[in-house]
Design a protein around this ligand. Sequence first.
Ligand code: GH3
Ligand code: MG
Ligand code: MG
Ligand code: MG
Length: 306
Amino acid sequence: MSNDEDLSLIEKPLALIVDDEQISRTVLDTMLESNYQCISVNSGPSALTWLANHHPDVIILDMNMPGMSGLEVCRHIKLLPEMQDVPVIFVTGSDSTEIQDACWESGAADFALKPVVASTLLHRIKVHVQNKKRIELLNELTYKDHLTKMHNRYYLAQEVPNLIKQVIRDNAKLSAILIDIDHFKGFNDTYGHLAGDNCLRQVASTIASVLRRPSDKVIRFGGEEFLVLLPYTDESGCEVVARILVESIKALNIDNRVSKHNVLTISAGCQVVNAAIEPIGLETLISDADDALLEAKSLGKNRYVR
Ligand code: GH3
Ligand code: MG
Ligand code: MG
Ligand code: MG
């Protein structure tokens, strides 16, 4: 393709080609290889296995395959939460109304008729990949804090209520840990605001690295405050995480000479609610965690309180 430079992507997008016929895989691979990093597999099950550990930018899927048909593969793919934004483009020998209806119903983004016209297929793939990238960027700008790359307050307001609804539906427990960096004003005054920004990034990524489940969330709640939400986590689980968080930040060994520990520390307040026995409200949860945080501060900082 001649005018693909405007994809303006540093790395080539990753394309998964699924087709049972070697010749078709080779044709598609040859068409795509200068603009895409291509991986090809010969069956639906192989595609699903590969997708368990990879996140392509586009999937080119053959309709007719023995065993698992392309339509079945597409339905399976679209059941995976992390594949929702990955466009699936069918390559099919038939454009009957039934086939087209089935394509869209299975969750496909587009289809191309065999024998494929290279320019048309490449153009369609390019449009879908660009859209996917734009959606990703938009999500990042909307829901992430620019400095720390953690979730922002807008995410807290827009998305966390859905998380809470799920916990309530499951009659489960939800843990919250509100974290505040100790003596951070002094840190900024001593080492400068840029060092403060770097420190915030390091603290944020350390907090994120401690968390294990995809449902665990870190939100930059204020300037040097982070809210950690642990759905389906009880009191003991919450305390384990809070203790590891306090220890991990101290173990970073970031100089902070205004602290009696001589290194940067955090304080944390924990609150655990049980949907099976009480109503869960985000505001109350945060304000209770904040009470615990204030207690941690008044007890001398560098600790958690539940
Ligand atoms: P305590 O131990 O009681 O928590 O005291 P503290 O100094 O951490 O608390 P205080 O609330 O007085 O100060 C918070 C500081 O966080 C002040 C502010 O300049 C700093 N801060 C907030 N947001 C940012 C940021 O984005 N970058 C930098 N570098 N500093 C920030
Ligand atoms: Mg086939
Ligand atoms: Mg604060
Ligand atoms: Mg502070």
